[in-house]
Design a protein around this ligand. Structure first.
Ligand SMILES: *Cc1c(COP(=O)(O)O)cnc(C)c1O
Ligand code: SF4
Length: 393
């Protein structure tokens, strides 16, 4: 095992690999932060100003990945506040996805017909500067009561159309195994709940949380799918890879959701590196999100064309398994909308003209017109010829 130095002290493995030690020793103040990275007096002031709006917490593990001198380090940019967060644009909102508007009971967002989002905690192990739910997440004592959990579970029980429950937050894996198991057990007692998903950033920012006790507990409530949140290849470390392997080995399919972030992962080369590393570790890239319109995130947003171009440069060039769906979560609460490069040049009754990934054109003939076929008792080949004559006299 390698040596771990944190704030000038040698940390024994028994502490470093204890997720509760990591959690207790998170960096939450500017004074602590100066022990890990170089900061100017002005930066210290600016960070202090930001902390009033959205708190900071960085696990010693995640902090160990930060470059102490490089302000553009992708790890540092996701974890350390910037004065740009104080700039709030008129189009930015506290709740850009209208989650409150589609919440029938506290903790539940029911937007789609067959599935719900179940927000079980507001706590995270690391507070991402680009968090969509920064309106909720990170407030000091925001715990969700057992009573609220019960009410949410009863809502799910009362709606037979809900077959998929997505447990999110905050980060559900900041809860104890016991509390999480309590929720899973209740959900599994509902017959119409077919799959349970957990959204968590723990494998990325606190990989030691994925213990054998946790995976053994999760096994009892299968099928469980987990979506994690890697944004940059620098986050793929021996520890994070091992954590993901423990989950997959426990029979949990792993997906990944990334957010496209200016200056962090908005280059095709960085994204390709990340995606290939994920697949190599049995993690299936699921969504690539356009950054939401939450307050103070303007500096992270890229133009929508950046994401479309990125998919254009990946599709066809690397395994389909490595390519996520690029989506915009519609402002105001329309749900996730896939945005893609255009492959269809034209489409009519006769044929579809498409371009492939290299830009070459191909034609696919439409099926024969069934009514026409019945009327004249023609075989399929003749119908094709007839159709050609009909549409291209
Ligand atoms: C993202 C999301 C889901 C899950 O959507 P999938 O496309 O099935 O992954 C469900 N409910 C809400 C409110 C969501 O935002
Ligand atoms: S882990 Fe998720 S919920 Fe928590 S701060 Fe990061 S993006 Fe927000």
């Amino acid at each position: 095992m390698s040596e771990h130095i944190f704030h000038g002290k040698l940390i024994p493995d028994s502490d470093w690999y204890d997720w509760r030690w990591q959690f207790r020793n998170r960096i939450t103040t500017v004074a602590e932060l100066t022990e890990s990275i170089d900061l100017t007096e002005q930066e210290k002031q600016e960070i202090t100003q930001c902390l009033g709006k959205f708190r900071m917490a960085i696990t010693p593990y995640y902090a160990s990945l930060m470059d102490p001198t490089d302000r553009n380090c992708p790890i540092r940019m996701q974890a350390v506040p910037s004065n740009l967060e104080n700039r709030i644009l008129p189009c930015e909102m506290a709740d850009p996805l209208n989650e409150e508007g589609e919440s029938p009971v506290p903790g539940i967002v029911h937007r789609y017909p067959d599935r719900v989002l179940f927000l079980v905690t507001h706590q995270c192990s690391m507070y991402c500067r680009h968090c969509t739910r920064r309106r909720l997440v990170g407030e000091e004592d925001m715990v969700i009561s057992d009573k609220e959990i019960d009410t949410a579970v009863e809502y799910i029980r009362s709606k037979e159309e809900i077959r998929d429950v997505l447990i999110s937050g905050g980060d559900p894996l900041t809860m104890s195994d016991e509390k999480l198991e309590h929720i899973l057990k209740k959900l599994r007692s509902i017959e119409h709940v077919e799959i349970i998903r957990i959204g968590t950033r723990v494998p990325v920012v606190l990989p030691m949380r994925i213990t054998l006790e946790l995976t053994n507990m999760l096994r009892n409530y299968e099928p469980i799918w987990i979506n994690t949140h890697f944004n940059h290849p620098k986050e793929i470390t021996k520890d994070s890879m091992d954590a993901c392997a423990r989950l997959v080995d426990a029979g949990i399919p792993l997906g990944n959701q990334s957010v496209l972030l200016r200056g962090i992962n908005d280059s095709t080369d960085i994204m390709k590196d990340l995606l290939l590393k994920l697949v190599k570790n049995r993690i299936r890239p699921y969504y690539l999100y356009q950054c939401d319109l939450s307050q103070g995130l303007g500096h992270f947003r890229t133009r929508v064309e950046t994401g479309i171009e990125m998919i254009h440069h990946l599709q066809g060039y690397i395994s389909g398994y490595a390519i996520p769906k690029f989506v915009i979560d519609a402002p105001g609460g329309g749900g996730k909308i896939p945005v893609n490069p255009e492959y269809i040049i034209s489409i009519d009754d006769n044929e579809v003209v498409m371009r492939n990934y290299k830009g070459d054109l191909y034609t696919y003939p439409q099926p024969p017109d069934i009514r026409y076929e019945k009327e004249f008792h023609l075989n399929a080949r003749e119908v094709c010829d007839e159709n050609d004559n009909l549409h291209n006299p």
